[in-house]
Design a binder for this molecule. Structure first.
Ligand code: NAG
Ligand code: NAG
Ligand code: NAG
Ligand code: NAG
Ligand code: NAG
Ligand code: NAG
Length: 471
């Protein structure tokens, strides 16, 4: 029994740990209606290039026997696609009703009647095509969105057909026999065609990537963690939203907390990103050893009051210039823990823990360790979206500096801590804030531009509500 529990526990843990999404996207009814208008425009041009499968059959002429016919090489000459009525189908997916679609088609006809073969061209107009369909949305085991047709019905109001060429004058008298046959053939073909195209979409979705490289170091894992949730007024998608180092797939020592997107019916799309997603990125950088830098005096601006030399550091560590007179220094600065963001209402806080290991550079370039400083710092900022750019400001909450280890004996760090705080406030933060004031443009996705975007930092996540403009 205990063994069984031990076997099962890790599985349960794996399932529950991975289940909270890092990123959630909600499509509102406003978004669905906009998407429908964009989609209908695309569909209108798509239909004009669609290849229509051959239609063949036979028409009985009573005692005279029957005529075998085939309509082939059909091309859409003209189509008028009315805007479908689209809505969410609660618990299932999306329903779409289309009525009043008219299509004009031209093609070739061939007939075979006893030993007589004939052929020519035809023009066909199909009036008032109507369809009612429901597409179910789901997810597959790899986290792809999946679609399937669960309902389809179709109707055709009327058709007009005229034959040209061949001995078509003979045919004219037969059109009345052909018409109902062709009309019902067309009507029977609509739903299979629709289902086929849904299967094509499904194949496309199943082949989509769920992981994307976003920087040379990072990739983001974006499978759905649960099937889409369809309510009467919105559709919610929950994505894993976790960053990894491209070289190693290490899980961070923290997990995503659940969060609830605020209702935003006035916008097309609502998007929420948990602090977990951002912290998985800093964890990936941290565990990949990216948060470290070696600083030498060459990198310090000449006007700086402190230089990385034993002479300059004598002000803080009096024994240093005595032991190593007039020598250059190197500081190896590295994060000792994952830099962590936390989201509070209207407040983003960043906590950093870093150490700086100081070396003296010998004449023969070998490095002698002299001491290590440990520091914790906390920054906080406010962010907003303005004119499609992320803007904000960052300030220093607190910074501490203590002596972690020393090969040259102990010394006071109070003045160094003061200098570090000054350097942050006078040199570093003004530069960062200048960039944040100018704003960072939001990434565009394909031809989609984000307009009227609004950002709100909430406890544990950041919510963005936006309209889209497809160009
Ligand atoms: C879906 O998203 C909306 C925000 O548009 C939110 O109000 C709703 O609670 C979400 N539903 C679920 C089941 O998460
Ligand atoms: C910095 O210098 C230290 C000590 O020589 C070395 O171990 C480390 O690899 C260097 N790091 C970088 C990022 O250059
Ligand atoms: C560099 O010089 C120091 C003393 O000046 C010596 O202790 C050390 O072994 C030398 N290192 C190398 C790599 O020659
Ligand atoms: C930094 O914070 C850690 C815990 O978060 C603490 O153990 C350490 O003493 C702090 N160091 C300094 C220099 O304040
Ligand atoms: C953000 O919250 C932290 C912790 O509560 C606080 O110290 C800081 O002053 C706040 N910052 C802003 C900009 O409100
Ligand atoms: C700054 O950090 C130190 C050590 O972590 C703490 O004792 C002090 O209360 C903090 N000060 C502020 C203003 O948060």
């Amino acid at each position: 029994m205990m063994y069984l529990t031990l076997l099962i526990l890790p599985c349960l843990a794996a399932v529950t740990l991975g289940s909270n999404p890092g990123i959630q996207v909600a499509l509102t009814n406003k978004g669905l209606q906009y998407g429908t208008r964009v989609g209908a425009d695309l569909l209108q041009t798509k239909i004009e290039t669609v290849s229509i499968p051959q239609v063949s059959g036979s028409v009985s002429l009573g005692p005279l026997g029957s005529v075998q016919y085939a309509l082939s090489g059909m091309k859409v000459v003209k189509v008028n696609l009315p805007l479908p009525t689209v809505g969410f189908s609660e618990g299932t997916g999306v329903k779409a009703d289309l009525s009043g679609l008219n299509i004009a088609v031209s093609g070739r006809w061939n007939t075979h009647y006893h030993i007589i073969r004939d052929g020519g061209t035809f023009d066909l107009a199909v009036f008032r095509i109507g369809t009612a369909s429901v597409v179910k949305l789901g997810s597959d085991s790899k986290g792809h969105l999946s679609v399937s047709s669960v309902k389809c019905s179709s109707s055709v109001g009327d058709i007009q057909i005229s034959f040209h060429g061949g001995a078509s004058f003979i045919f004219k008298s037969f059109v009345k026999y052909f018409k109902p046959e062709i009309q019902s053939k067309i009507q029977q073909n609509i739903c299979p065609l629709f289902e086929e195209s849904i299967q094509d979409v499904e194949k496309y979705l199943a082949g989509m990537k769920v992981s994307f490289q976003v920087t040379p170091t990072l990739l983001i894992d974006m499978p759905l963690v649960s099937p889409p949730m369809v309510q009467t007024s919105n559709l919610n998608l929950s994505f894993k939203g976790e960053f990894y180092d491209v070289k190693q797939h290490t899980e961070p020592p923290f997990v995503a907390d659940p969060f609830q997107l605020p209702q935003q019916d006035g916008f097309m799309v609502s998007l929420g990103m948990s602090e977990f997603t951002l912290n998985s990125a800093t964890f990936a950088y941290f565990s990949g050893g990216k948060f470290q830098i070696n600083i030498t005096d060459k990198m310090i601006p000449p006007e700086s009051p402190i230089h990385l030399t034993t002479t300059s550091f004598g002000a803080f560590v009096p024994q240093l210039p005595q032991m190593y007179p007039n020598m250059q220094m190197l500081f190896h600065v590295y994060a000792t823990e994952t830099p962590m963001f936390s989201f509070l209402p209207d407040n983003v806080t960043l906590s950093l823990s870093a150490s700086a290991k100081a070396y003296v550079i010998e004449k023969n370039s070998s490095l002698v360790p002299v001491f290590r400083l440990d520091s914790n710092a906390s920054f906080s900022g406010r962010f907003l979206l303005e004119g499609g750019k992320l803007k904000g400001s960052l300030m220093l909450n607190n910074v501490t500096l203590t002596l972690g280890a020393s090969e040259v004996g102990t010394f006071q760090t109070g003045t160094l801590q003061y200098m570090l705080r000054m350097a942050m406030n006078v040199a570093v933060l003004p530069k960062v804030n200048e960039k944040l004031k100018a704003g960072i443009p939001l990434p565009a996705i394909g031809h989609v531009q984000w307009v009227n975007s609004m950002l709100k930092v909430k406890k544990g996540f950041v919510a963005v509500a936006t309209d889209a403009n497809v160009s």
